[in-house]
Design a protein around this ligand. Structure first.
Ligand SMILES: [Zn+2]
Length: 371
């Protein structure tokens, strides 16, 4: 059985417009592309094809999500407002830096549908794992609003579908995007049936959320896990966070499906983070999460794209992740000669080690497996 790649050419046509990173073009700010540009996903799709993976993967055109599927995690008001703004041809999904145009709503439905398609392929036994490449991302979207370039929370929609449509009782969402999965956390904060784990850069975006102390609410206490990585953490520290905190928690929780919020903006060259993870590092992340899925849920792993803004390097990071999911040999990373000169990619600094040890000790109060 092959690993699936969900892809629709319409994702390659959605332009977030002009912007300097994400700032509007005004005052002294010179004209440039919005950081969530079409280029990053077009180049990723090109690289996957050029590397020969189309012959190895099942490339599947996703379906659109239905509104009733969105309403399991979003309010009717939010869905209606997103449609109205898109119908008007312009607007903002939330926060003032999440642009909408005339195609945004349709592509957001297709993005959530892409996560659902990936889930259906894996749970239906038609793919051994699946990766949904999409635009727009989802993990910052709350029940009542979009935020941080996100419109609908694709992973959350997939998690609820797993429970409602497929009889799954325990879902784990593991968010490896460099930024806190604040929307996903908020949606499931008091729900013990969806374990939400976010590994992100300490005090990055959003700055108000993502603290290790936020462990869930009510019946959901313990089922929300935040791991804060100090800037400059690199591959060894990231992998240790998985080996010593996240993977033991996943094995103890025993989810019946693992959904990965697969942002690669923790990469060494990303303009929106300072974490320094390499393509080989992302392969190591995929290996660890796949090993957990193999151990606890017969390998049922669904990967859903989130951020990743270096349009030259993010494609190599997603390629590395996908090669591991598909059990294929890895292509060389052409950036490796530069990577090799970066100490943060090779060794963990003492203060980074101490920060992780402290968080592990804190979380041990909720997860005895960490004691
Ligand atoms: Zn991000």
């Amino acid at each position: 059985m092959k690993t699936a790649l969900c892809w629709d050419d319409r994702f390659a046509t959605h332009d977030m417009g002009r912007g300097a990173m994400y700032l509007p073009i005004e005052g002294l700010v010179e004209d440039d592309l919005h950081v969530d540009s079409t280029a990053r996903i077009v180049r990723t799709r090109n690289l996957i094809r050029a590397a020969g993976l189309d012959d190895e993967l099942a490339v599947v055109v996703p379906r659109e999500a239905r509104v009733d599927e969105l309403l399991r995690v979003h309010s009717p008001e939010h869905v209606e407002r997103m449609k109205a703004e898109s119908d008007a041809g312009r607007g903002d999904a939330g926060g003032g830096f999440t642009p909408m145009d005339g195609r945004s709503y349709g592509l957001a439905l297709l993005s959530a549908g892409s996560a659902l398609t990936a889930l259906e392929l894996v749970l239906g036994g038609r793919a051994r794992a699946a990766h949904a490449m999409l635009r727009r991302s989802g993990h910052h979207a709350w029940r009542d609003s979009g935020y941080g370039f996100c419109i609908f929370n694709n992973c959350a929609v997939a998690a609820r579908a797993a429970q409602v449509e497929h009889g799954i009782e325990r879902v784990a969402i593991v968010d490896i995007d460099a930024h806190h999965g604040n929307g996903t956390e908020a949606i499931f904060l008091s729900d013990p049936t969806v374990l939400t784990v976010s590994i992100h850069q300490d005090r990055s975006f959003p700055v108000e959320t993502g603290m290790v102390e936020t462990v869930g609410d009510g019946e959901g206490v313990g089922a929300n896990v935040n791991v804060n990585l100090p800037a400059g953490t690199g591959d060894p520290g990231y992998h240790r966070a998985l080996d010593e905190i996240v993977c033991p928690i996943l094995r103890a929780y025993r989810p019946q499906v693992v959904i990965v919020a697969c942002g690669v903006d923790a990469s060494l060259f990303d303009p929106l983070s300072r974490l320094g993870v390499t393509a080989a590092g992302f392969a190591g992340i995929a290996q660890r999460l796949l090993a957990v899925a193999n151990d606890v849920c017969e390998g049922r792993l669904v990967s859903v794209q989130e951020g990743g803004y270096s349009h030259v390097y993010a494609p190599f990071c997603w390629l590395a992740f996908l090669e591991v999911l598909a059990g294929l040999p890895r292509h060389d990373d052409p950036f490796e000669p530069f990577v090799a000169g970066q100490a943060c990619c090779r060794e963990e600094a003492p203060w980074q080690r101490a920060a992780l040890d402290e968080q592990r000790a804190f979380l041990a109060a909720y997860w005895s497996v960490l004691a």
